[in-house]
Design a protein around this ligand. Structure first.
Ligand code: SF4
Length: 263
């Protein structure tokens, strides 16, 4: 059935436009910590419509890769990226003025990079749309082939890649981070202070500059873990309520105001 296929973006009140996939099929290197604390388990991600959309995106990505490889998937990704250009994009292009809200896309509000051809498709798509700012967080870095492909994507000027670390995978995350200085940044899923692996912060301090690691205190149902104060950490202001969620798509969303994670 035609309705069983299609690629679709989601617009949410924190990040604006995002592309999502099912966690079960794509979070191939999920750690025990992230399985336990993942915000994707939260109520707003669990409606049948949201789940069906993520499954359809995955099914369609796989079908396009099978039929025409990364090039065909990229062509279709570019088409949905173009659909979310700001309304004043054309006028701004002609006058040289900035758009009222920026053209941004977070790759994977839910889900992760799961195969080299899939990553390659995003690289082709992002390279064709330098006017759009992309960013993503990933735990798929413990497999060298995936890391190498994602490094190519994260090396684009309009795409920022973040290695998502926690108490379970911080050592391989730090190793991946130092392999390509200047390409990757580190994002910490911050558990409650007494649950964090005691070696994690000292090892971060050896490689990361001051306030360069974005930290997301574990949060659920409007509550969050007490943010840890550490020289390397920049606590996400949206998680701790300094930026309010914005439901109006014509206004700046928290990530578009903050821009810390964007390229
Ligand atoms: S640090 Fe800023 S850009 Fe990054 S997730 Fe939080 S609000 Fe968004």
């Amino acid at each position: 059935m035609v309705g069983d296929y299609g690629l679709e973006l989601t617009n949410n009140s924190k990040v604006s436009w995002a592309f999502s996939l099912p966690r079960s099929s794509t979070c191939v290197m999920a750690t025990d910590v992230c399985k336990r604390l993942c915000y994707g388990k939260g109520i707003r991600y669990q409606s049948q419509a949201q789940k069906a959309k993520r499954q359809r995106n995955f099914r369609t990505a796989e079908l396009l890769l099978e039929k025409g490889g990364p090039e065909l998937l990229a062509q279709n990704l570019v088409s949905i990226i173009d659909q979310v250009r700001p309304a004043d994009w054309l006028a701004a292009t002609i006058t040289g003025e900035p758009t009222a809200t920026p053209w941004t896309l977070r790759i994977h509000d839910v889900g992760d990079f799961y195969s080299v051809p899939y990553i390659h498709a995003w690289k082709l798509a992002a390279a064709q749309r330098p006017g759009c700012s992309f960013w993503f967080y990933t735990r798929s870095f413990r497999e060298q082939l995936l890391l190498d492909a994602m490094t190519e994507l994260a090396s684009l000027a309009n795409c920022q890649g973040w290695l998502s670390i926690d108490s379970d995978n911080y050592d391989s995350g730090i190793l991946a981070y130092v392999q390509k200085p200047g390409v990757w940044k580190l994002a910490l899923l911050q558990e409650a202070g007494d649950e964090i692996n005691e070696k994690l912060l000292p090892e971060l301090a050896l490689v990361a500059k001051s306030k360069q690691v974005v930290s997301f205190p574990a949060h659920h149902g409007g509550r969050h873990a007490e943010p840890i104060q550490h020289d390397t950490l920049f606590t996400c202001p949206a998680v701790i309520g300094l930026y309010k969620l914005e439901s109006n798509a014509r206004k700046l969303r928290p990530c578009q105001s903050c821009t810390f994670c964007l390229p």
